[in-house]
Design a protein around this ligand. Structure first.
Ligand code: FNR
Length: 189
């Protein structure tokens, strides 16, 4: 049986990003049960209708990646109780018609949400805003469980490496199992 493809979109462009590290922990937990790939999008320009058609090459590449994915897993930092502008920018591009006769790229795709932050809210406010946006774009949202990891300072070494404690790790593991099942039930392969 063909494996489901899960695309991770990390809302941070930072090389040492905690959310990127969280996505890599998820990749390890998933192992060979699904194809799990991180979307690279730091070359996507700011949305500007003047350059929308023809789409810039990085936008075309990102659209193809998203189109070919069975599901999307969002890993979002929290910037001022919101999700980061880089993430909003790439979603804005993905929300637009391509100029060809094809259905909206994000609509009906299964999505789930995780995040790690230095503050107490652990990205729950950022995730709420992201869910509002992606509901408008008609994604198929797994609302439970969502993973929020607060106070990440306590989980980092002095090189910025993230190591989850037992509690956070078990929440992440539960979310992996739930999302694999959620995706399996929606994608007939
Ligand atoms: C932050 N940070 C932050 N943290 C938080 O818990 N709540 C918040 O509202 C904010 N606001 C905020 C705004 C801006 C502009 C920045 C740059 C940062 C801190 C944030 O949690 C921390 O930088 C994380 O490490 C960001 O995630 P990545 O980049 O490590 O994945």
């Amino acid at each position: 049986m063909e494996k489901n493809k899960i695309l991770a979109i990390v809302g941070s462009l930072r090389k040492g990003s905690l959310n990127r590290q969280l996505a890599l922990i998820v990749k390890e937990i998933i192992g060979d049960r699904a194809d799990f790939e991180l979307l690279e999008y730091d070359d996507v320009p700011l949305m500007n209708e003047d350059i929308e058609f023809p789409a810039p090459e990085p936008v075309k590449r990102v659209r193809e990646k998203v189109k070919s994915a069975d599901a999307i897993w969002f890993f979002t930092p929290e910037h001022n109780h919101f999700f980061p502008s880089a993430l909003k920018n790439v979603i804005d591009w993905l929300s637009r018609p391509t100029g060809e006769e094809e259905p909206p790229i994000l609509a009906k795709k299964p999505a789930c949400f995780s995040g790690v932050s230095l503050g107490m809210a652990g990205t729950s406010l950022a995730q709420d805003h992201l869910v509002t946006l992606l509901s408008f774009l008609d994604m198929d949202i797994m609302n439970f469980p969502r993973v929020t990891i607060p106070n990440a300072m306590q989980l980092m070494d002095d090189q910025g490496k993230l190591t989850l404690n037992e509690t956070s790790y078990s929440f992440v593991k539960d979310q992996v199992e739930a999302f694999l099942e959620f995706v399996k039930n929606r994608v007939n392969k």
